[in-house]
Each structure stands twice: as C-alpha cells, then as structure tokens.
Write a protein that binds this ligand. Structure first.
Ligand SMILES: [Fe+2]
Length: 536
C-alpha cells in the first residue's frame, strides 16, 4: 500500500474557523507539493456545516487529509441545525468525511513512506475520562468538585453529550478498548504517527495555569501508547500551546492554531507544522537545556570519513587552511547543524559564516553551535518560536591559570569560590565561562555589538541547574524583549559542562477569552483559557 512519498507530512489543529480571522488562516493553508498530506487534529469548528466546509476545502488541496475529532466538533451546539448527540453525531461526521475522502479514526490507517520505510498514520478518537485529576483529588467526583469550586469547568459538561453511553468517561473507555485493538493490528515493521486531539500523556498539561482543567485533556489509559505502538511522532492539539516535548525519546507536537486573541500577539509562524518521521534528532544532552521548539543534534566523535564527504565546496573553503583536526571538527559541526535543521523540516544547504565567524542560519531560523574536546552540538529553532539561542560546551575541568580573574567580576569570583568549596565536582569557574559564552551567542546576532566578559553578571543556581545574566551595558529591546537580562540552564554530565540561553518572544498579553457566541461564553471552552486569564 502506498508509494514512496516526496511530499511533506503536515499538521495543524484547533483551526476554530468560526472566527473570521481563523477562516482567513484556513484560506491560506496550501500544500508545498502535490504529495503533501495534512493531519487535522481536531477542533475545526463547532457547527456541522463549518466543519464540513473547512475539511472539504482542505481535501481539495492536499493529497490526503487525515482527521481526528476534537471536543468542539462533538458539541451539540444550540446554533447548529444538526441536532444529533454523542456517538450519532460522531458517526455523521465520519460519514461526511468519507464522502469527501477525508480519513477518519474509523477508516483503514493510511501508510506514509519515508526513506526509512513505512509509517502508519493513525488518527485516534479516545476522548478523556477525568483521570488527569485535579491536584488533591482521588476520584472523578472530587476532581470535578474542585473544578467547579475554582470556576474552571469545560463547556463539554454542557454541550458534549456522551449518548448512548451514560458518561463521557464510559464513552472514553469504549473508544480506548476499540482503538487499542486496531493499533495492535498495525504491522510490527511499521513505525507510527499517532494523531489525537488530546495529548496521549499527561505531562504536556502540567503547564496549564489552572491544573483543574487537565481532567478534560486526556486519559491515563493511553500513557504508554507512544512506546507500545512504535510512535515516531505524536501529534495533538487542544491545549492551544503549540510546542514540542519529548517523552521516552518520542516527539510530541502540539500543532494548534488557537483563537485569534491567542495567536495574534505571537510572532508570525507557519500554521502548518512539518511532522518529521525519520531519525528523530533528539533528545540530546543539550536538548535538556532547551525548549521543545528547538531541534538539536550532537556528536561525541567526529563524523566518519574525510571532511570533503560532509561539506559543500563553499564550506570547505572556510577551513581550507585549517589543520586536519579543525577540519574534522568543523565538518562534524555542519553535520550536526544539518541534522538539527532537518528536525525543523529545513532542507540541507551550505551553512556559511558571518564576519564574526558565527554560522549564517537559513531564513527564519535561529541557532547556535558549540564544540569542545569530545563533544559537538547544534541547536536550531524557528524565529517565530525562539528569538535567539546560544549553547556552549566545555570540558568539566579547571580553567587555565589566570583566566578566571580575566573573565569574572568580583561578585562572580565570590560565588565561584564558595560553590567550589561546597560542590567540588563541578568546575564552577569553567561553568561561568561557558555561561558567558552562551549569553554572547544570543546577544551578538540580535545586537551586532560586542559584549565583554566584564559586561554581563552571571549568578548560577547550583540546585536548579539554572543561571541568570544581567547585562551591565545599555541594552536594546528586540521583539518586545529588553536584552538587559537572560536566563539559562546548565548541566554537568559525562565530563562535560553544558550551558544554554534561550530568548523566547514576549509572552502573549493577558486577555479575556472570546469564544464564539453561544452558551460556551458561560464557561471556559478550552484549556487555552487556562494559559491566559480566566474570566468566565
Ligand atoms: Fe481548541
């Protein structure tokens, strides 16, 4: 079944096309090639006609559209002429999809082919069962009571009817059992992309502002599905917090568009996310220090074979006169960078250098590279997700004589001395040096100004693995972020000290939720409200 694909596997969720601005986004969604598939992970709209029209539009454009329902599609909205409830409404949606050629959780799972072989793309509908309980709750009833007390109640309680099941959790149980059997039938030689509106593991819900909302976000019953069913990626939405996280080495990508008030203030980003199915680049040591939106690659030995094998001619020119060890190190760095870029869906291309020797990243990408004895790494991210990032690796060894005095401010020398007595396993002077390097790697591309070692004051937290940097010279504002301070993370492992600084775009402003008209105005209609301010 299927042929080798040259297209991309793209994904989006939570299009909420009832909002006019989101409808404009829908109109802008086009494939990059004739072979592109589009995963739509739920919450297209609330009204039947809106859902049908949007999916019809997309299925005309993309080689294949794969849909999993969200909670909003399953609502019986008072303004919808289709008054079916629960499972009957779902079946009617499935029928409408089939008429348009859109793949649903009821259909044979389509198979994507990449250079490593077949990947089954499985749209799932498993709902939630209140097992992501509110903190302190031992039962569903307690969990719901805590949510009511906090005024954080999902509109599903009013509009998502479980008929003919007695409860939504009973419906969930039936769906989980049925879906599990289907997933077990996928050939063992296939990797999978699991697509579900709700996250299959609880972890991504931990950043919700109102933890009570997690009970409407999934079920513990799917916690091992990404391992059991050989997922190379899990695609979900619902949280309206687009990002990548890693669980047991599996990439989980939240691909939501969300409500206009959520996406409008964010820096522009491509609404369609590329789902990488081959050789996931992470998680690496350095990935532990970076947000999920960053893709990374690392190497502990140099790439095999001569550097010419790995470099473009214009890259080779850069190290033409360098000694062989430097040429190998340079080639390995470029290999890491291209692998990391592939994690973002960026095709390979020469990576040249700017005047100061820093890599020139492709349009719309920011990144950083580092190398030290026995370690090379690259980290990249889309500019819409990350304004700047800097990584630095050092051997966990004492700094050469006299260097600490040259790079450390008096206050820094004090904490280096104190921590060196308390925790001699970490070479704190070296860590300070690395932290300053990481700060500079974020600072320079954004400001084009030098920053001396004495112009940033670092404070490290030995327990949390974090540090802060205060810039002591006048600092510009970039992308709404004043560059006068940075925060970073560090780790000491495998004989290495690693530091990373990430500069995220200015946070989304606190704003009141404005879901479409209807009874959902009474209550919160999606957990995204939890990351902004609750006013319901
Ligand atoms: Fe949504």
């Amino acid at each position: 079944m299927g042929v080798r694909m040259n297209g991309k596997l793209l994904a989006v969720s939570d299009l909420h096309v009832a909002f006019r601005e989101n409808h404009t986004v829908l109109d802008s969604l086009h494939p990059t090639t004739d072979a592109d598939w589009l995963i739509v992970a739920g919450d297209v709209a609330e009204r039947f006609w809106d859902i049908e029209r949007a999916l019809g539009l997309l299925s005309d454009r993309f080689a294949k559209v794969v849909w999993a329902p969200g909670n909003h599609e399953l609502w019986t909205h008072p303004s919808d002429p289709v008054t079916l409830r629960g499972d009957r409404r779902y079946r009617r949606l499935v029928k409408a999809c089939r008429d348009m050629g859109v793949v649903t959780p009821e259909d044979p799972y389509p198979v994507w082919h990449d250079e490593e072989g077949p990947v089954t793309v499985a749209p799932l509908f498993v709902l939630y069962d209140y097992s992501f309980r509110a903190p302190g709750a031992a039962t569903k009833d307690e969990s719901l009571r805590l949510a009511h007390d906090a005024g954080v109640v999902c509109t599903d309680e009013y509009l998502l009817h479980p008929d003919p099941y007695p409860t939504r959790d009973a419906w969930c149980r039936a769906r989980v059992e049925w879906t599990e059997r289907r997933l077990e039938d996928i050939p063992a030689s296939h990797r999978t992309v699991l697509v579900n509106h709700f996250p299959l593991v609880r972890e991504p819900t931990r950043i919700l502002r109102h933890p009570e909302f997690a009970q409407w976000c999934g079920t513990e019953r799917t916690a091992d599905w990404h391992r059991r069913f050989r997922a190379t990626a899990v695609v979900y939405g619902h949280l309206h917090i687009p990002r990548v996280t890693w669980h047991d080495g599996v990439r989980f990508e939240e691909v939501s568009l969300g409500y206009p008030r959520e996406w409008r203030p964010r820096p522009p980003r491509e609404p369609l996310r590329t789902v990488p199915t081959t050789a996931a680049p992470g998680p690496t040591l350095v990935q532990e220090l970076l947000p999920g939106a960053a893709a990374t690659s690392e190497a502990f030995t140099d790439a095999e074979g001569p550097p010419e094998k790995h470099l473009y001619p214009e890259e080779l020119e850069i190290v033409e006169d360098a000694v062989p060890s430097r040429r190998r190190e340079f080639a390995t760095g470029r290999v890491c960078a291209r692998r990391a870029l592939r994690g973002l869906g960026v095709p390979p291309a020469p990576l040249l250098r700017n005047r100061r020797g820093a890599p020139q990243w492709p349009e719309g990408v920011t990144g950083s590279m580092t190398h030290c004895a026995g370690y090379r790494a690259a980290a990249v991210a889309r500019r819409g997700d990350v304004l700047g990032l800097g990584i630095d690796a050092e051997p966990n060894e004492a700094l050469p004589e006299g260097v600490l005095e040259a790079i450390a401010l008096p206050r820094e020398q004090e904490w280096v001395a104190a921590l060196s007595r308390k925790e001699p396993g970490v070479h704190w002077g070296r860590l300070l040096f690395s932290a300053k390097e990481s700060v500079f790697k974020v600072w320079y591309p954004l400001t084009r100004r030098e920053l001396g070692f004495e112009e940033a004051l670092i404070e490290a937290d030995p327990d949390k693995g974090t540090f802060t940097a205060r810039v002591l010279v006048p600092a510009p504002t970039v992308g709404g972020r004043p560059l006068d301070h940075f925060s970073g993370r560090w780790l000491c492992r495998e004989g290495l000290l690693l530091t990373a600084v990430t500069l995220l775009p200015a946070p989304v402003g606190e704003s009141a939720p404005t879901p479409p008209s209807g009874p959902q105005n009474r209550r919160s209609s999606g957990p995204s409200e939890q990351s902004a301010q609750m006013t319901s």
